[in-house]
Design a protein around this ligand. Structure first.
Ligand code: SRM
Ligand code: SF4
Length: 574
């Protein structure tokens, strides 16, 4: 705690009567949008007020108000939904949204373009499908990530079970959600409504992930807290508890940092959920409530240091924290294409560019998925790379899936270049209120140029993750990628190099203020050297680290503009 006055958002939470505010009144009125306090509260209910940023200038010039619409986010622990739920979400997107569904980088679904008049029916319909939007956003535990692969073994089953238990345990208890969106009976708020969160909830968002030492598809070190299941000789031994990760930072602000979570200790399997709850409680009680820029757990950890944090954790825990298990490397799988489940059935991973399920000219992905799901009724899993898995398929179904995808112009995973397959981009313009540059709309063109270049260099299949964001907040986890473009202002990007698929190292700022059209040129010499000097299977980030002699794994990067890497040193032997 800093002794400084609480931020406005803290006040809004406290006077909200457990997230009620005046949301119900504004919903019932003919106002086109919500006021300050309600805007903050709406996030806890899973929705953001946005406006069409493409239309802003013209509307302003015409003296008209902004074109308001809402983003609605569904929290889906470990990304699992049924065929029926998927079809219902697809219907809601058509009926109430902008006709697209978006798989998020945290295994949720988002709708965009929901008008205020449709907000209530949208959220109610999501609940009717036995899904929820509560705690998808806001100062609470967000959607809990977990490896999505339905391999059917005990480790994967446990990951999902723990992710679901965490989601339930740390879900806000306020009846406000039911009252406002689901015709719940009106109640006066009471202290018992939120036994864990109290009336001021957490100081900021809090993100948890459950991962496996055999597959880091959840990017475990990017979260406030991670439970990394240690699998040894096929046996699950317990969890490494990782704390203090988070990627958001602000350009030119050296006191804002992207940081990878550090191991706090080893937790027996049966105490995994309690461990996360304890970390959240320390954050609740000691996180910064005056400056939201510094309100994430990573800053508390930075201020206290790991020993003090561990001491506080042990003081609260009912069990003893063991020493974290040392891990040499974290493997990574994207789960695309055909894979066998342990019950003999199959799953099929479909690549979704930037997570956007949309019908576009020559690429009717949304229709293709709807047809596959309606016909085969598979289980659905969303991955942390914005992709979608169709599960529990019979072997004969696999050809049907590929036939339907191909007939709708959807490229099959085997035909994707590595650069495209591992790419991610955040929504940015025109929906995101914080975007300063394009991302989702720009990445297809960028990938085309990179694909042509990489093909020419013989690097079409070389491991490479390219990620893009429209601002430095890090929604597509750019700072753990081999190569990332982070929006600086309209048309300009900072280029980061040096992360990798394993997600166990942060990238360096490589070039600053590069125009969109020159992104490829800015890294061409590096790509050429990668082609000429790489060791077998060496990813771009690994190669760069070796080239620069920076083998130490970097775990903190600040928003301050460090000098960028101007010269590439002479060749080094692999
Ligand atoms: Fe994010 C804010 C989209 C994952 C860090 N994020 C936003 C908002 C809500 C903008 C806003 O506050 O007005 C974006 C909505 C855009 C839109 O039009 O939909 C937004 N974030 C997303 C999604 C949809 C990106 C995507 O491509 O999928 C992801 C939703 C995940 C989900 O289902 O919950 C998303 N955001 C992330 C991640 C990655 C992750 O969690 O694995 C990060 C980096 C990790 C972290 O939290 O540190 C991330 N988003 C942020 C931040 C920076 C937070 C910070 O500590 O500084 C903001 C800004 C804020 O909170 O003030 C933000
Ligand atoms: Fe918006 Fe920035 Fe997140 Fe992209 S990274 S969605 S621009 S907040």
């Amino acid at each position: 705690m800093t002794g400084a006055p609480e931020s406005k958002v803290e006040l809004a939470k406290r006077r909200s009567r457990h997230l009620r505010g005046t949301i119900a009144e504004t919903l019932a009125s003919d106002h086109t949008h919500f006021g300050h306090d309600d805007l903050q509260l709406l996030k806890f209910h899973g929705t953001y007020q946005q406006d069409d940023r493409d239309a802003r200038r013209a509307l302003e010039a015409a003296g008209l108000e902004k074109a308001y619409a809402f983003m609605v986010r569904v929290a889906i622990p470990a990304g699992a939904v049924t065929a029926g739920q998927y079809l219902e979400l697809d219907r809601i997107a058509a009926e109430h949204g902008n006709g697209t569904l978006r798989v998020t980088t945290r295994q949720g679904f988002q709708f965009h373009g929901v008008l205020k008049g449709n907000l209530r029916s949208t959220i109610a319909a999501i609940n009717d499908a036995l899904l929820t939007t509560i705690s998808a956003c806001g100062d609470v535990q967000r959607n809990v990530m977990g490896c999505a692969a339905p391999l059917g073994d005990a480790d994967h089953a446990l990951v999902r079970q723990v992710a679901e238990a965490l989601a339930v345990q740390l879900r806000p208890g306020s009846r406000a959600y039911h009252e406002i969106w689901l015709d719940g009976e009106k109640q006066l708020s009471s202290a018992e409504e939120e036994p864990f969160y109290g009336d001021h909830y957490l100081p900021r968002k809090f993100k948890a992930a459950v991962g496996l030492s055999t597959d880091n598809c959840v990017d475990i070190r990017a979260h406030d807290v991670g439970l990394l299941a240690i699998v040894h000789d096929g046996r699950l031994e317990g969890f490494n508890l990782l704390v203090g990760g988070g990627l958001g930072m602000t350009h030119n602000k050296g006191d804002t940092t992207a940081r990878l979570a550090e191991p706090l200790g080893f937790v027996p399997v049966e105490h995994g959920v309690e461990a996360v709850r304890l970390v959240a409680s320390i954050f609740r009680d000691h996180g910064n409530r005056s400056d939201r820029r510094h309100a994430r757990l990573k800053y508390l950890l930075g201020e206290w240091g790991t020993p003090r944090f561990r001491e506080e954790f042990e003081r609260r825990a009912s069990f003893t924290l063991g020493p974290a298990v040392e891990l040499a490397a974290l493997p990574f799988h994207d789960h695309l294409g055909r894979h066998r489940q342990s019950d003999g059935r199959w799953f099929y991973g479909v690549f979704i560019q930037s997570g956007r399920i949309v019908d576009a000219a020559g690429h009717a992905l949304r229709t293709a998925l709807r047809e596959i799901v309606a016909r085969l009724r598979p289980g659905i899993r969303l991955t942390g790379q914005q992709n979608l898995l169709l599960t529990d398929l019979e072997s004969g179904d696999l050809d049907t899936v590929e036939r339907i995808l191909t007939a709708h112009g959807v490229t099959l995973p085997a035909a994707l270049s590595a650069a495209r397959r591992y790419s991610m981009a955040c929504p940015a313009l025109p929906t995101c209120g914080l975007a300063v540059a394009e991302s989702e709309r720009a990445i297809p063109g960028i990938l085309e140029r990179f694909e042509a270049e990489l093909e020419g260099l013989g690097l079409r299949d070389a491991p490479l993750t390219i990620r893009m964001t429209g601002c430095p907040n890090g929604c597509a986890r750019p700072y753990t990628a081999d190569l990332a473009f982070v929006g600086r202002s309209l048309g300009l990007y900072n280029v980061y190099v040096g992360g990798g698929l394993a997600g166990d190292r942060l990238a360096d700022l490589y070039r600053a203020d590069v125009p969109l059209e020159e992104l490829l040129e800015s890294v061409r010499p590096l790509l050429q050297r990668w082609a000429a000097e790489r060791a077998a299977d060496e990813g771009l980030g690994d190669f760069y680290q070796r080239l620069m002699g920076l083998r130490a794994r970097r775990t903190v990067v600040t928003g301050r503009e460090l000098p960028t890497v101007d010269l590439l040193p002479e060749a080094v032997a692999p």
